[in-house]
Design a protein. Structure first.
Lengths: 194, 765
């Protein structure tokens, strides 16, 4: 820092002040930030740049959704058949995947043993929205938002939803302790494959 | 008039000791809440929950610890810089004891849930008035001391103190405008977007004019003193003082990027934050270059070590700040722990370290003795520095992790981590690292306290003897040497102007405190007014939405519980217009939705998920169970338990005066609604309690606090109709209700998405 003259200007309570100039690089930051700001405002005010925040969001959403639609047009989700869902209830691999997802996502409302807590008991023979595996699948995917059951179609991978259905079917008649009283219409569960 | 003056050093002694005591309190609470963030069992009682202790932590460290350092340092240095005793011994006493009592009262209010619900401005309106009065006392003492000074020109430290005093007064009064409904309760005079703008105008400039400018003043006095080196550049002092004071005040809206605040405000906030880079670094450069030729002293002088790290951290934070204010960077950092890391880099690195350096330098001098142990000060420095780095780095990593997890999409458009709790559990290890850092920093402070106690014990009996210095009073200072009359010709007047300009016009301002104050106030006013006036006068900034209506009486009381418990410390109420946010939470937030929110509750950090669209998302019973024990509905949750909400009866005694206050603030409650408020509250309370019972929940909750809070939460964000954008992923006909599966043909054939919507699985959720 030899370039500074270090000429003393003032002395106050023993504190001296040098008359050194403003460092050039620091002033470059100053003028640079001012120039950038001027250009930024000019760019946006004259609408060369991006549109408003809302328009930016809308176009991002449109683009995303179009890409997704193209994805699903090419690879539509094939919903499992009742037979597949029912046979899953006998497949230990499927059941453990279903149980894991159930504990993670469903247990907070339906109870750890599906005995019912905030949502209904899933182990008895009465169903508010239908007890067939296909109907259960549908209830999970689309939910019953008015009653507090969120639609899970987008949050849970399709495969895991299928595993969940098989798992729930396998819980029929398990009679867990502290079960919530039955609600809804009676439905005789479909037979599991041999 | 005598030619000598005696300095009042007892006042700075008291302020510095108080600062040290409050530092221990404030940082201890900080360590505790750092642990609470992942060990929810530590929320032992309603008054010991995170939501109430976090404001206690911020208020204690900012206004108690740092505040007392500012007062002590200002009073100590200004006497020496102005060669005079403080203006009034009585005012200094009132100032000291008033401030300590204020802090004690604030602590009681905050833990008992008495709060205005605005960050860093939580204290009830009565205490706000006390703050204002004490601040005026400080100002009178400060300007009074300047008036009786025996040194013509004001040194740069004094400019900074002066700007701080003027700015804090404006900010505090501007943001604290509220209408009381009881002795301790009030509602913010502003609502929603306007409240947000005022709050962050205040919040950001509290950082500027409470944590930065007073400390720059302290730096300009204590750093050259400790280093025994001249200040690097007087020109730089002038340049960065005025640019800082003018530019800082504009930057507030950078806390509100991608919010419902109009974009022009957010753009101004961003650009002025970038422009702020040089003014901030001017202080760092002047500090560090003052040490030219003194770097060797660093080796064995802990005071300088603390000061150098402090100034360096100031430079780092004031570089990080402008970067974080860039909109696209802010999209990453906002609502995450990155912000927490950033503020602590400033608060611990700059404020606390500079305070430590000053205290180690000043305490032996004020007590006329030697520091007990330089070695212990070295120990303090090193464990403090390690703690600081651990704190900062862990929060950086946590912040980036949160952002990356919140926004992660699967190729099929699902969020990779749709459960918010996954993103919380992931950063718990980093919270551990932060806790270790916090404990180290706190341990360093305790080492210092021990060191100080031993130092004080070694003070000689006569340490209170006031120092006396030779300082003749100022002679009448006319505009030119030898001038005894007013100028009587143009030439004469011109000659005097020339005389002023010979030493630089700024030198003239430094000798004229009125002019300096007026110019400072003008510099502060420009940014404030340019941002506030259009916001309040141009209705297009907050487009009203016809379907948005005021909270019902029950919801209003529920909202007060939300504020009382400090929910905003962990939950935001602002969905930003990003795909991942609208996918996770729902439609992004609109300005018109908040018009009845006195105060706004947007929050600034998401330890838990955003709540603006939580209304009707869950059954009411979910909220009841979740409040009683969050782990029962969300395993792994770090939220405190609120079982007392299920047993406490809702206090409705103030309901009507609360509604009348809201009405005065412009919320359109009719006189009839206010008259029948109690019965309509009763009715809604019964309704929700019945709903909870029907869902097999606990019975007899009507009239309990939990029902009011549930009513509020269920109302949030439901005033506008919105649905998630959807794509069709397959055609699966909805099975006829109760039809046996065997009769419904399995639909597995893919169908084009043009098919009828109700028959398809869509992404709507």
């Amino acid at each position: 820092m030899a370039e500074y003259e270090d000429k003393i200007l003032h002395d106050i309570d023993g504190i001296k002040e040098y008359d050194n100039p403003l460092p050039g690089w620091l002033m470059a930051i100053w003028w640079g930030s001012l120039l950038f700001s001027a250009l930024y405002i000019a760019f946006y005010a004259l609408s060369f740049g991006e549109p408003t925040m809302e328009a930016e969001y809308r176009s991002a959403a449109e683009k995303d959704l179009a890409a997704l639609q193209a994805h699903f047009d090419a690879h539509p989700i094939v919903a499992p058949t009742p037979a597949e869902l029912l046979s899953g209830a006998k497949n230990p691999e499927v059941l453990s995947a279903g149980a894991a997802r159930f504990a993670k996502t469903c247990a907070s409302c339906h109870g750890q043993q599906a005995q019912g807590l905030i949502g209904p008991n899933l182990t008895d023979e009465r169903w508010i929205h239908g007890g067939s595996v296909e109907q259960i699948f549908h209830s999970i995917v689309k939910g019953w938002p008015a009653k507090g059951m969120p639609p899970w179609g987008r949050a849970i991978p399709q495969k895991e939803i299928a595993a969940l259905v098989s798992y729930v079917r396998s819980l029929q008649g398990t009679n867990p302790p502290n079960a919530k009283p039955a609600e809804g219409e009676p439905f005789k569960a479909e037979a599991l494959p041999e | 008039m005598s030619n000598t003056v005696r300095y009042d050093d007892q006042t700075p002694r008291l302020f510095f000791l108080a600062a040290l005591i409050w530092a221990v309190v404030g940082m201890l609470v900080g360590v505790l809440i750092a642990a609470m963030l992942f060990l929810p069992g530590l929320n032992l009682a309603p008054f010991l929950t995170f939501g109430r202790l976090r404001p206690l932590h911020t208020n204690a460290v900012i206004f108690a610890f740092i505040g007392n350092i500012i007062f002590g340092g200002t009073y100590h240095s200004m006497q020496r810089l102005l060669k005079t005793r403080l203006f009034s011994d009585a005012l200094t006493k009132i100032h000291f004891w008033g401030w300590q009592l204020l802090i004690a009262a604030a602590a009681v209010c905050l833990v008992t849930g008495i709060t205005q619900g605005k960050e860093y401005a939580e204290l009830p309106w009565v205490l706000d008035i006390v703050i204002a009065v004490l601040w005026v006392i400080f100002a009178v003492n400060f300007f009074g001391t300047i008036a009786i000074r025996r040194e013509k020109h004001l040194y740069v430290a004094i400019w900074f103190y002066l700007a701080s005093i003027v700015a804090v007064a404006i900010l505090h009064i501007g943001n604290s405008m509220a209408l009381p409904y009881s002795l301790l309760g009030s509602y913010s005079a502003y609502a929603g977007v306007k409240d947000a703008l005022m709050q962050w105008w205040y919040g950001h400039n509290a950082v500027a004019f409470f944590l930065t400018t007073p400390f720059l003043g302290l730096m300009y006095y204590y750093l050259p003193k400790a280093a025994e080196r001249p200040v690097f550049s007087y020109k730089l002092s002038i340049m960065h003082f005025w640019s800082l004071v003018f530019v800082y005040i504009w930057a507030g809206p950078h806390h509100l990027h991608y919010s419902a605040v109009p974009e022009w405000a957010s753009t101004l906030g961003m650009l002025f934050s970038l422009i702020l880079w040089m003014p901030s670094w001017g202080g760092m450069v002047n500090g560090l270059l003052t040490l030219r030729g003194a770097w060797n002293k660093l080796r064995d002088e802990p005071v300088l070590k603390f000061m150098v790290v402090a100034v360096t951290y100031y430079g780092m934070s004031t570089f990080e700040g402008p970067m974080m204010s860039i909109k696209s960077v802010n999209a990453v950092s906002h609502f995450t722990d990155w912000t927490i890391g950033h503020v602590h880099a400033g608060a611990l690195g700059w404020n606390a370290f500079l305070s430590f350096g000053i205290l180690y330098w000043i305490i032996p001098r004020l007590w006329k003795t030697e520091l007990f142990s330089k070695k212990l000060a070295e120990v303090h420095f090193w464990i403090g520095t390690v703690g600081l780095i651990l704190y900062q780095v862990s929060m950086w990593v946590a912040g980036i992790t949160q952002w990356a997890m919140w926004r992660a999409f699967e190729p099929d458009g699902r969020l990779v981590y749709p459960d918010f709790i996954e993103t919380v559990i992931k950063i718990v290890p980093l919270y551990w690292v932060r806790l270790v850092g916090a404990i180290l920093f706190f341990a360093g402070l305790l080492v210092m306290v021990y060191n100080v106690i031993r130092t004080l014990k070694s003070a000689p009996a006569n340490f209170k003897e006031e120092p006396e210095v030779h300082a003749p009073p100022l002679t009448d200072d006319l505009a030119a040497p030898g001038a005894t009359t007013a100028p009587n010709t143009y030439d004469h007047a011109f000659y005097r102007v020339q005389h002023v300009l010979r030493h630089g016009f700024h030198r003239y301002i430094e000798g004229n405190v009125v002019l300096l104050t007026v110019l400072t106030a003008l510099a502060l006013a420009v940014g404030s007014l340019v941002e506030a006036i259009p916001m309040f006068l141009d209705p297009s900034n907050v487009k009203t939405i016809a379907s948005v209506h005021p909270y019902s009486p029950l919801e209003l009381l529920g909202r007060d519980i939300y504020i009382r418990e400090g929910c905003y410390n962990c939950h935001s109420q602002l969905v930003r217009p990003f795909r991942h946010e609208t996918e996770r939470y729902g439609e992004y937030s609109k300005a018109g939705e908040y018009v009845y929110d006195h105060p706004f509750q947007w929050g600034s950090k998401r330890t838990g998920p955003d709540l603006h669209r939580v209304g009707q998302k869950y059954p009411s019973l979910w909220h009841v169970r979740h409040m009683k024990d969050p782990r029962s509905t969300t395993p792994g949750s770090v939220m405190p338990r609120y079982p007392h909400l299920l047993s406490s009866h809702l206090d409705t005694s103030l309901l009507q005066s609360k509604m009348r206050t809201m009405k005065k603030l412009g919320v359109p409650y009719s006189e009839g609604e206010i008259e029948t408020a109690l019965s309509s509250l009763e009715k809604q309370s019964q309704q929700i309690a019945a709903e909870v019972e029907a869902q097999q929940g606990p019975r007899g909750l009507a009239g309990r606090e939990i029902i009011a809070l549930t009513a509020y939460l269920q109302r949030l964000g439901t005033d506008i109709k919105w649905r998630r954008p959807a794509v069709q992923t397959a055609a699966v006909p909805e099975p006829a209700a109760q039809a046996p599966a065997a009769q419904t043909p399995a639909a597995s054939a893919p169908a084009p998405h043009a098919g009828p919507a109700p028959a398809a699985i869509t992404s709507a959720r």
